[in-house]
Write a protein that binds this ligand. Sequence first.
Ligand SMILES: [Zn+2]
Length: 71
Amino acid sequence: MKGKTLFAATLLLAGSLLGACGSKSAETAAPPAPAAKAAAAVYECPMRCAGSTSAKPGTCPVCGMKLEKKS
Ligand SMILES: [Zn+2]
């Protein structure tokens, strides 16, 4: 009887520790999502052709104009 109560108390303690740990890691793992997406397309055709955005400088695949850096 006494041992069973101790086991239950240990389970409760372990559960609260796991819960605290889980919420902490979720907080730290959240941030870096929008920055990576913004860096994916920095150059764009001055005519704004569809699919002309690029992460690197180059020429537009639609009209052949030089891509301009977005600000
Ligand atoms: Zn273009």
